[in-house]
Design a protein around this ligand. Sequence first.
Ligand code: V47
Length: 367
Amino acid sequence: MKEIIDRITPEHLKPLVEKVIQHQRITTDEALTLAFEADPGLLGIMADQVRQHLNKDSLWFIRNFHIEPSNLCIHRCKFCSFRSDVTENAWELSLDEIEEIVEKAAPSEEVHITGGVHPERSFDYYEQMVKLIKRLKPDLHIKAFSAVEIDDMAQSSGITTIEVLSRLKQAGLDALPGGGAEIFNQHIRSEICPDKTDADGYLRIHAEAHNLGISSNATMLYGHKETWNDRIDHLSRVRQLQDETGGLQAFIPLKFRNKNNSMANLYEQPLVEDLRLFAVSRIFLDNVQHIKAYWPMLGKDATELLLGFGVDDIDGTINDSTKIYSLAGAEDQNPMMSLDEFIAMARRHHRKAIRRNSNYEILETYP
Ligand code: V47
């Protein structure tokens, strides 16, 4: 391996590549150097070394389903293909409908709940929803409500975000998903999602959750108006949060898809840019255990390629329960992945498929 790395590394990058291979933390400037000057093959080898160091030969997945309580939303994020005003395309699930979804769901370890920031629904509805699901399925992990949704619950009910989080935890909330991070750069943020929780608010709410014992994921929406500087700045703030709290489980780069939204004039990034971004994320975020490729958005083929660029987790079975990405133009219009598909993908990459719960505890290993 050393020989191959030596052969493909340009002389001026050798000290930096050595640093990565020896698992030393790199600076933001070094991350930029890698992004601009290392070719994708070299980035892949380095990211793979970091992945192996942190996750050995594991390829994690979960049996999960989504609940999207409503697509009505007070915000008008330009990249969103999901939100609706009150029209025939809008939906609002009642607690009875949510009960039916949970009762009918295939065997799962996790439900992922996220949706629009509804103009009228009270905090009580969300609290009751979590209590209801916990009562119906006490073992089902509830990963629910992005930091933006938590912020709105606090504002609309006149209590603090800490109070919202504590009450949801008491109701049965296990984790927060990473949605709402978009890109932290305020200049771009005010252009693409002007009126919602800013970067400081997002990071503060995640830190509050961690301090209460609620774990979370972080995301980054990439491939639109941001530069590599913005990406590394975003990664750096994620790394700092993790240094402070240790509560992040996974980092999930979310590739911008351009159908049915107000940014449809932008081209989607080519696959090689996804490879670069995932690899640099894996190398830079030395303190975040898992890098997740969210296959419903990336497609199964690209997800499989990304296994060689730092990815150790590919989310879950989904069971055709989310519309966010199919509406935005993702290939799988009815996303679902079977156990056999996970196992086969892992085997093709000499990995061990591991079925996990939301806390990355091993439930079953498929050699
Ligand atoms: O915040 C919206 C993104 C996010 C588009 O924590 C888009 O395990 C691309 O955060 N193109 C919500 N992306 C989803 C999310 C998530 C997904 C999977 C797993 C987890 C987790 C979290 O979806 C939004 C936004 O960044 N998004 N529209 C679009 N057109």
